[in-house]
Structures are given as structure tokens and as C-alpha cells.
Design a protein around this ligand. Structure first.
Ligand SMILES: CC(C)(COP(=O)(O)OP(=O)(O)OC[C@H]1O[C@@H](n2cnc3c(N)ncnc32)[C@H](O)[C@@H]1OP(=O)(O)O)[C@@H](O)C(=O)NCCC(=O)NCCS
Length: 162
């Protein structure tokens, strides 16, 4: 049996050559209330330069299986959590539950440490089908705060991870 933790992924830059294939990665329709699409993420990134968007496609071999976007080294302020904020994470509907999401978080943590980050923040919509249990399993802890959209804020202490 393949252990979830063992998924091999690559974080790949998005160019004109792979953009359409990455945009085609979608979650289950019932999950669309928890996460915006890749296309919407590109628009959000364009419209919010202050949030210093950093994004990559997630590949398993030559197959795009997901997308991740962070706010990278921002000056936190009203409506802007940071300095490091996991803004979007999605794994395609047909690819979920195989360890890709966990592998992406591991890879992101490995990139954040040398950048000097001490914590990674994220937020999620609570409720049935929410990714909250996924984040808690990884080690994120609710801060007790809620953002302006009613999403709960979660914090991963990078110092406490092996
Ligand atoms: C949340 C998400 C990124 C997880 O990616 P994934 O590749 O399916 O996750 P993994 O396979 O690494 O799962 C790791 C563990 O978390 C669990 N898990 C994953 N998603 C979960 C969910 N929504 N609810 C409860 N548990 C979940 C898995 O069962 C697995 O547990 P296991 O190790 O005991 O088998 C993915 O399911 C997804 O894109 N969901 C829809 C979009 C979304 O909600 N994104 C987050 C926006 S805030």
C-alpha cells in the first residue's frame, strides 16, 4: 500500500505552455465553496500585488494534479495576513486522498524555512466537508481569530516541525 506521506510531487512554475492544463485542475463541485478556482486565483494574484502572490502548479510526473498559492513575505496589515499566508491549496477531484496535499505542505515548509519564515498562516471555511481536519492533521492550530469572511485562522509553527 502506498502511504499518503510518500507522494512524489514537483512544484512547477506556470507559463503559457502549461497554463491551460493547470486551469483545468478542478475540485469536486461540492468543494467549490471551500476554495476558489485556479483561474480566480490568477485574477486575485493580479489584483492584489500587495499580497505578494507566489504560486506554483503541483505535478506528479507530467500530470498537473493541483495548485498552491501563498502570500510570500508581506507586511501584514488590515485584510492581509502574513508575512507568510497559505492563500490557496487545491488538489484535483480525481487526485485527492493520495497524499498530494500533504506533500505540497511539506514542500512549502521546506521552502519557507530557508526564507526565514517562522510560521505559516492559513484560513478555512469551517463545516461539513471543510479541509479543516486536513490542516489540523498536518499540525496547524486555530488561533481563535476569524477573518472578515468568517473563515477561521490557523497557524503552523515552523519551529515545532521536525
Ligand atoms: C484539502 C486538500 C488540499 C487535501 O489534499 P489531498 O491530496 O486530498 O490530501 P492528502 O491525501 O494529503 O490527505 C491527508 C490526510 O487528510 C485527510 N483529508 C484530506 N482532505 C480532508 C477533508 N476535506 N476532510 C477531512 N480529512 C481530509 C485525508 O483523509 C488524509 O488522511 P490520512 O492520512 O489518514 O489518509 C484537497 O482535498 C482539496 O483540494 N480539497 C478541496 C479544496 C479545499 O478545500 N482546499 C483548501 C482551501 S482552504
Amino acid at each position: 500500500m502506498i502511504r499518503a506521506m510518500s507522494a512524489q510531487i514537483r512544484l512547477v512554475e506556470i507559463t503559457d505552455a502549461n497554463r491551460d492544463a493547470v486551469v483545468a485542475v478542478r475540485v469536486h463541485p461540492a468543494q467549490e465553496r471551500f476554495v476558489a478556482s485556479v483561474e480566480k486565483s490568477f485574477a486575485d494574484a493580479r489584483e492584489n500585488p500587495d499580497a505578494r502572490p507566489w504560486f506554483r502548479a503541483v505535478y506528479d510526473g507530467d500530470v498537473p494534479v493541483g495548485f498552491v498559492m501563498l502570500s510570500w513575505d508581506t507586511v501584514p496589515g488590515p485584510g492581509l495576513l502574513g508575512p507568510y499566508f497559505l492563500w490557496r491549496l487545491l488538489v484535483g477531484a480525481g487526485h485527492q486522498g493520495r497524499g498530494y496535499g500533504t506533500a505540497v505542505l511539506n514542500e512549502v515548509v521546506a521552502l519557507l524555512r530557508p526564507a526565514g519564515a517562522t510560521e505559516l498562516l492559513t484560513s478555512c471555511v469551517p463545516g461539513e466537508g471543510s479541509p479543516q481536519p486536513f490542516y489540523l492533521r498536518f499540525g496547524f492550530v486555530p488561533t481563535g481569530e476569524v477573518d472578515e469572511d468568517g473563515e477561521i485562522i490557523l497557524r503552523l509553527d515552523l519551529g515545532s516541525r521536525p
